[in-house]
Design a binder for this molecule. Sequence first.
Ligand code: KG4
Ligand code: ZN
Length: 351
Amino acid sequence: MTYYEKAAEKLELLRQKEKYYILAIESSCDETAAAVLEGKKVLSNIIATQIPLHRRFGGVVPEIASRNHLASVDGTVKEALDAANLTFKDIDLIAVTTGAGLLGALLVGVSYAKSLAYALEIPLISVDHIKGHISANFIENDSLSFPFICLLASGGHTAILRVNSYFDVKILGSTVDDAAGEAFDKVARVLSLPYPGGPEIQKAAKSGKAVIPLPRAFKNETHLNFSYSGLKTAVINYVHNAKARGEEINTADVAASFQKEAVGVLIDHAIEGAKREGINTIALAGGVGANSALREGLKKACLENGMTVHIPEKRLCTDNAAMIGLAAYLAVKEGAENSPLTLDANPARSV
Ligand code: KG4
Ligand code: ZN
């Protein structure tokens, strides 16, 4: 029997099962991550972060990311297996992020996953990073079912999605320029706060007041799109003008004012999307979903509108491999095929 025949046969067996061991690998940006799942249960979820390496450059340097993924992927996978008390031989399926993300970074995970699947003679499932973020909502959560509205906000994506099933996702609105997380990062930079800017803005905003008038990141009655570049530019102009006048900038107030607008439009559009689609459930996804103001605001808005809300734990909102494993589990249930060994990384944005 060839590798392909063995993998296809095994995949058909797994499709019937609720519980089997998945090893998931994620290397799309600046975290080398590996996780082991038993069905929908996470047994281990290891993240080797590169953030300190990129911080002095003020953002992710693709070449540095690729090299560090290469250096740490093997150790991270072994750590995930150890933490789950399993060995390679126990694993039934490999899941890997193939895109979107940085090409060189993605290639490390994809090449590693392909070699491993071939050597272990087990199926390989390709996962879209965004499907991973959405799937984080199913981790140890049996109460979420299709269809639902997903508010997706990360460093590369911002969208309102109607999720009918794993493979059927309709975009109701998305950003026409910067992503929400990108705006957080850029505003943080102008305020001389370190990378990644999201958590820093959140921290600074705690002691500030949202008293600086800023434009909304697209409040429009006809569509659910976003535009963060206007909001970002307004903050940059405010800071530059104040500096030119020799005024001291109140970082906390700027952070609070920006955060209020950045988060407000996300919540408004998610609620509006749910109303338009006649769907009563909203799920949160992506790194910006770790933001406390967004989490609290979305909960409150859903409560006021009689909607159910699903919010993953903070560490499952930012990049991790457990969400990639869960995505593969859902994909297999919906008939995903074994990925060929010619599988390639695809850096293009899918949403
Ligand atoms: O999902 P993610 O980890 O990676 C991408 O797929 O992009 O998202 C990273 C983004 C960064 O822009 C980061 O600043 C933002 O999520 N982020 C936050 C917070 N934590 C991470 N933004 C706002 N508040 C946070 N607490
Ligand atoms: Zn992400």
